[in-house]
Design a protein around this ligand. Structure first.
Ligand code: NAD
Ligand code: IPM
Ligand code: MN
Length: 401
């Protein structure tokens, strides 16, 4: 693995220590000073090398992402990484959230993006998180937020009698529309007649492509135990939100007819929450809108052992996609070396698999499973190690596997 820092004038280098940073950025394709003959030579030399943009972000993002990088490095994956300092500190220093050309640059120069988390109490408006994180999802059109829900060990699940083989489902969350579209407004603010409107945007194109993605996913992705997936469940609130729900219902029925071998079912989101806690073994692929997807994946993270265990990908097939753990920046535990890095490490495996590096991804997943079995974990999942020590243990296991 090669690593470098971005030295463009708008994106200042990150301060994350990386023992793996061995080459200067100028050597690599895509760096402002590295054009011409060096670019040609380096691209010929590293044709199979995948270029990863790394945005650790804020809080525990800055602690868990270096561990994920360490583990990827140990796997021998042919990747080179470039760190970006987008986040609260940068915003507070110079007011920049996303530098000009930021998203086109990510799309142009990188095969994938690895993100930590955004959110810092010093930026109470959360404007930087909105512009960076939601900006990537919306402006890069990463329409399918894929959040696998896997139980790695029975001891991690707060429910009685759930075995790992029984709980292996995935939530496909619509990622570019819904109430996240920021359409609406506030009128008569500060008066007792104040009105706040937050519109829920659902386009036929947007709904259809994410539902089709869920059916395709069901068709192509097996469960961890090698068995085939067989059902897609659409979750909405069409009994109350009739306009948007009606569209989701119609499109789901239409698309499901193209996949007669896949069982298509439906649940209202409130009933789904109850069922997820009552018996999560009944789920396979769940597709839903942006906000319901956000909420049910925190619930689902709880079933996996907590937010520290949950991985996700923000995907547009064929385009540069972005991978991030489900958790946030967790300010109260930031800087204490107690954040669980396994969600970020599993996220890096998901990214490598997406890039076709399935052998390296499998090695990482196996090492995480072993860390859980041997309790080489942080306290949130029953161990007594620190963030760095867990990362080191998993990296060592990957190295020797
Ligand atoms: P959070 O996910 O940061 O934390 C929720 C709870 O889970 C806390 O108790 C925290 O200590 C715990 N937790 C989270 N990750 C953990 C880990 N890796 N190891 C151990 N414990 C972990 O959510 P929050 O508290 O609602 O939000 C904090 C900030 O993060 C906010 O600014 C929020 O907007 C932001 N956020 C960002 C993202 C993202 O960037 N993808 C996601 C969610 C929240
Ligand atoms: C997530 C987060 C984000 C979301 C926030 C930080 C805007 O909760 O990735 O799950 O709601 O999508
Ligand atoms: Mn969330």
């Amino acid at each position: 693995m090669r690593a470098c820092r971005w030295t463009g004038e708008d994106a200042r280098p990150s301060t994350i220590p990386s023992p793996h940073r061995r080459f200067s950025c100028q050597m690599f394709l895509g760096c402002p000073n590295g054009k011409g003959i060096r670019q040609l030579v380096s691209s010929l030399l590293v044709t199979a090398t995948k270029k990863i943009a790394v945005l650790p972000g804020d809080g525990i993002g800055r602690e868990v992402i270096p561990q994920a990088m360490k583990v990827m490095m140990a796997s021998g994956a042919p990747i080179e990484t470039t760190e970006f300092d987008w986040g609260a500190a940068r915003y507070l220093a110079d007011g920049v959230t996303v530098p000009p050309d930021g998203f086109p640059l990510l799309e142009r120069e990188f095969d994938a993006i690895l993100v930590g988390a955004f959110g810092d109490p010093r930026v109470p408006t959360n404007i930087h998180a909105k512009e960076i994180l939601l900006g990537m999802r919306f402006k890069m059109d990463l329409y399918a937020n894929v959040r696998p829900v896997r139980l790695l060990d029975a001891t991690l699940c707060p429910l009685k009698g759930i075995e790992p083989s029984g709980m292996d489902f995935v939530v496909v969350r619509e990622n570019t529309e819904g109430v996240y579209g920021d359409v609406g407004g506030v009128f008569k603010q500060g008066t007792e007649d104040e009105v706040a409107i937050q519109e829920d945007i659902n386009t036929r194109k947007g709904v259809e492509r994410v539902i089709r993605y869920a059916f395709d996913y069901c068709e192509k992705h097996k469960k961890l135990d090698g068995s085939a997936r067989s059902g897609v469940l659409m979750c909405d609130k069409s009994n109350a939100m009739t306009h948007a729900g009606g569209l989701w219902q119609r499109v789901f029925k239409e698309v499901s007819r193209e996949y007669p071998q896949i069982k298509a079912t439906h649940m209202y989101v409130d009933a789904l929450c109850m069922q997820m806690v009552r018996d999560p073994r009944q789920f396979d692929v769940i597709v839903t809108n942006n906000m319901f997807g956000d909420i049910i994946t925190d619930l689902a993270a709880g079933l996996q052992g907590g937010l520290g265990m949950a991985a996700s990908g923000n995907i547009h097939p064929g385009k540069t996609s972005m991978f991030e753990p489900v958790h946030g920046s967790a300010p109260p535990i930031a800087g204490k070396n107690i954040a669980n890095p396994l969600g970020a490490i599993l996220t890096s495996a998901m990214m490598l698999a997406h890039l076709g590096l399935t052998g390296e991804a499998a090695k990482i997943e196996a090492a995480v499973l072993e860390a859980i079995r041997q309790k080489k974990t942080t306290p949130d999942v029953g161990g007594s190690l620190g963030t760095k020590e867990v990362g080191e243990w998993v990296a060592q296991r990957v190295r020797t596997s």
